[in-house]
Design a protein around this ligand. Sequence first.
Ligand code: PMV
Length: 336
Amino acid sequence: MTGTACPGTATARACANIALVKYWGKRDAARNLPAAGSLSLTLGALVTETTVSFEPALAADELVLDGVTARLADLRRTSVFLDLIRSQAEIRTRARVTSKNEFPTASGLASSASGFAALAVAATAAAGLALSPRELSILARQGSGSAARSIYGGFVRMHAGHEANGSDAFAEPVEPIESRLADRVRMVIAVVGGGAPKSHGSRDAMDHTAATSPFYRAWIDLVPGDLAAAERALAAGDLAQLGTLAEANALAMHASALAARPAIVYWQPATLALLAEVRALRDRGHAAWATMDAGPHVKVLTTIDEADAVAAALRAVPGASAVTISGPGGPATVTA
Ligand code: PMV
C-alpha cells in the first residue's frame, strides 16, 4: 500500500465498546500485544467523531479534544500513533486532529477505544491508505488494546495471537449484528462519581497488576475458558449464560487488580451499591448482569424489554450520577 501524492482530510466515527470478557494484561508492552483474548459489545450511544487533516504548512501535529487543545501527553500519544500511519503511507506531513466525544454528559467513561478506532480510520483515509478492517484493527490496537475491537459493530472477539510482530493480534466480529441476540441486547451505563478522572489509567494499572499481583497468572489462565464459554452462549443466543459469565469475569479481573501491591481499587461505595442492586434485580426476576472497567462505573447487560426497568432501579441508587441506555453500535466508518 502506498500513500497518495497529496494527502488530505477525512472524518470518521467510531463507537466505544464494553468488554464482557476483559482484556487486562499484555504479552508485549512495546507492541501493545494482549496476553489473552477478549470479547466485547460495541455501543451505539458512545461515539467519537474525529477529523484528521494532513497539512504541509504544519510544523507539528495538533490535537483538539472536545474543543480544547489537548494535554501534551495526549498529543504525544497521538503523534506516535500518526507516525505509524505516516511511515506506512510514506509521508512526513504533520496533521491537525479534531476529536469530539458524543458521550452522555459528564460520563467519565473511557474513550480510548472509540478514540483510537476513529483516529485509525480517519488518519488512514486522509493519508490515502486503503486498509482492510483487519489491518485497521491491528493498527488501532497499537493506540489502545480495546480500540482494536471498536473497528467492528456488535459482538466482537479480540485474538491475543502468538506472533511477535502482532500480525495475528486483531479483532473480528463474533456474529453478524443482525443476529437475534444483538437485536435484543442493551447495556445500561450507571456513572459513579460525576465523571472524575480515573485514579489509575488502564495501561499502567494492568502493567502493575501483571508485575505485582499474586493472582495475575490465575486471571490470565482463566480467560481462554471464559472466552470459549462466552462464544458458546452467543452461539446459543443465551443472554443469561453470557451475562453470568461477564459478571464473574469482571469480578475476577478486579480481584487480580485488588491483589496488586499496592492495590488498585477502582470501586467507590456507589459501585458496590449498584452491584447489590443488580443482584436484587436478578432476585426479582429481571435480566441484569454487571460489568466494570478501569473506573467506578457499573455497566449492566440486559434486554431491550427490561432496559427501562433496570435503568430506573439504578437511577434510584444513591451515588449513581447519570444512567444511560445503549443498544449495539455499528462499525467504525469514514463519514467525510
Ligand atoms: O484499551 P485499554 O488499554 O484502555 O484497556 C482496556 C481495559 C479494560 O477496559 C479494563 C478492559 C477491556 O477489555 O476493555
